[in-house]
Design a protein around this ligand. Structure first.
Ligand code: ZN
Length: 491
């Protein structure tokens, strides 16, 4: 442990090493994350990618300042599955995409994900995509075949650098088969533009049609992050490891060729898979868990902590036990907060505090959230003992005499709690936390029971006080007696 702030290191999938992160311009740090295709609900695997990116966003904001980080996450609102869904259900495309984009944002907000700086919609950037494709045609990187525009991977020598699927490696698997493959020069060529489907399309110099998925991200990243800059290289591109190939590889090929750059992003940050127990999550196995459903049962902070319990570069085995364990842990932290609420006040920390630095250093080491959670738990236990001894003196009304001890103990706790803020945890009022998901009728009833116990205790009517406690227990709540009276929380 040291009092020095470590530089941020990130594992760069492109170089396959952990590197110190150096932005091109510390006053304008850019990151891009592939967003959802909005035709259905997001599952918990989607949420993992979004939460990992959110932690990175928050860490960068902490280091460089809130206004210095520009984060773009797109909405793919044109896609075959969306068009198909519209045809089957009879709902207009915009109604489907707006609905699921709204739900996606609500679900992520429920997980305490900050809104990205930019959330470009693909349909609002068709002109940018057409411009980029035109550029690629002019440079000889794209060709027309059977009404489609394809990117010719053989024109981009560095193809495969990110995933290892180089042109040589891919050539071995070359095959000329049916459908799209038959239209292509190389098996790895990918579509930039395809003919309209069920009347959905836009006019372009190379024919009326709609964009391929890969070109969307390249065009939107440029439009939102680098359009006004001299460089078209972004600092960080993140996303799930499932997108590394072919999606990210294709983004790199298009962007580098169109932008005349040898890189698309300086750092590529990929999070690993989320498994359901020991199985992959898949529709055919029927084990797809939606964020929307989880949020009905669990507080978003519990889900968030559960997602952060594995390092982002390790696979995460999702289970009910993981959620239960996370809830118990957060309950414990909130309980500490509740006990000390009056003394702590606003707990945002002093960035120069050594405890704070030590805790944040764990995050700066390639976002090591499991180490951080372990560190927090150790620290929580130690500081609780220290704090309790101070608190016991306070309750004896020796405030004045012990103000130095108190300030020290509070300082330590503020440091510790401040790092929660960076991770987007413990963002609620502790009282609200324990009363969470209780209807106002129930709240009134629980308040009345607590009041009965308080009154009985004041009158030293112990049988009545015990009766109130038992009644509360039967309703699944716990009464807690404190210097300011009796309060309740969910058991
Ligand atoms: Zn993308």
């Amino acid at each position: 442990m040291t009092d020095q702030t470590h530089p941020l290191t990130l594992y760069n999938s492109l170089t396959r090493t952990k590197e110190q992160f150096v932005p091109q311009d510390p006053k304008r740090v850019t990151m891009y994350n592939c967003g959802p295709t909005v035709y259905s609900y997001a599952h918990i695997g989607n949420a993992r990618a979004a939460v990992v990116a959110d932690v990175l966003f928050r860490v960068l904001r902490h280091i460089y300042g809130e206004d210095a980080v520009v984060y773009a996450r797109n909405i793919t609102d044109v896609d075959d599955r969306i068009i198909q869904s519209s045809k089957e259900t009879g709902f207009p495309i915009s109604e489907i995409t707006e609905k699921y984009a709204r739900i996606y944002n609500e679900d992520l907000a429920g997980l305490n994900c900050l809104a990205p700086t930019h959330q470009p919609h693909a349909t609002k950037h068709i002109d940018d995509m057409i411009a980029m494709i035109s550029d690629l045609i002019e440079k000889g990187n794209a060709y027309e075949s059977d009404g489609h525009m394809f990117f010719d991977v053989s024109t981009y020598e560095a193809y495969g650098a990110l995933s290892g699927n180089t042109l040589d490696a891919l050539r071995g698997g070359d095959r000329v088969g049916e459908g799209e493959v038959a239209r292509k020069r190389n098996a790895a060529d990918f579509v930039l533009w395809k003919p309209e489907l069920h009347g959905v399309g836009w006019d372009a110099p190379f024919g009326r049609g709609r964009p391929g998925w890969h070109i969307e991200c390249s065009a939107m990243a440029k439009a939102t992050l680098t359009e006004t800059l001299e460089t078209d290289v972004i600092d960080i591109h993140c996303g799930g490891v499932d997108l590394k190939f072919p999606h990210h590889e294709n983004e790199i090929a298009q962007s580098c060729c169109a932008n005349n750059e040898d890189k698309f992003a300086n750092y590529w940050v990929h999070n690993e898979f989320l498994n359901m127990g020991s199985e992959k999550m898949s529709k055919s196995l029927g084990n797809v868990t939606l964020v929307h459903d989880l949020l009905k049962e669990w507080d978003g902070e519990v889900i968030r902590l559960a997602l952060l319990k594995a390092h982002y570069r390790s696979e995460l085995n999702w289970s009910e036990d993981l959620l239960r364990e996370s809830k118990a842990q957060i309950d414990g932290w909130y309980r500490s907060l509740l006990l000390r609420k009056k003394e702590l006040g606003d707990f945002y920390s002093d960035k120069s505090d050594s405890h704070f630095i030590n805790m944040t250093n764990l995050l700066f080491d390639d976002l090591d959230t499991p180490e951080w959670i372990g560190g927090v738990s150790d620290f929580s236990e130690k500081s609780t003992e220290e704090f309790e001894s101070v608190i016991s003196i306070i309750t004896e009304n020796n405030w004045e005499r012990n103000s130095t001890n108190l300030a020290g103990a509070i300082g330590v706790l503020k440091a510790f709690l401040g790092t929660f803020h960076i991770l987007g945890l413990l963002q609620k009022d502790p009282e609200e936390w324990f009363k969470g998901n209780t209807s106002s009728d129930d709240q009134a009833e629980f308040d009345a029971i607590a009041k009965r116990r308080e009154t009985a205790r004041a009158a030293k009517d112990w049988p009545a006080a015990d009766a109130a406690r038992d009644e509360a227990k039967a309703l699944g709540i716990v009464l807690e007696d404190g210097p300011e009276g009796t309060s309740w929380r969910k058991a």
